[in-house]
Design a protein. Structure first.
Length: 95
């Protein structure tokens, strides 16, 4: 576990791929890989689990991805158009 104020060093994706492949194809244990690469045992378990679940080695980027602004504007524009059509229908009914 990291100490207060300690920064985590990101692990290169190619190293992750090598570690996961060695475990899955070579049958090398988590403990052996942890000692060999200096990576915590639990981290390797997580990589293998995510590889089995998703079919790819997890990237170093975490969190929610930002939506592309172009799609966001298009969606808002479509919603606005539908709202204006609705407002026109309401105005016609009032008359």
């Amino acid at each position: 576990m990291a100490n207060k104020g300690q920064k985590q060093q990101p692990v290169d994706r190619t190293i992750k791929e090598v570690v996961v492949e060695r475990h899955l194809t070579g049958g090398v244990s988590y403990g052996t890989l942890a000692k060999e690469y200096g990576i915590p045992y639990g981290t390797i378990c997580t990589w293998v689990y995510q590889y089995r679940k998703r079919g790819e080695v997890p990237s170093s980027r975490r969190g929610r991805q930002k939506p592309s602004t172009e799609n966001e504007y298009k969606e808002k524009y479509e919603i606005l158009k539908k709202f204006l059509v609705f407002c026109e229908k309401v105005d016609r009914l009032k008359k």
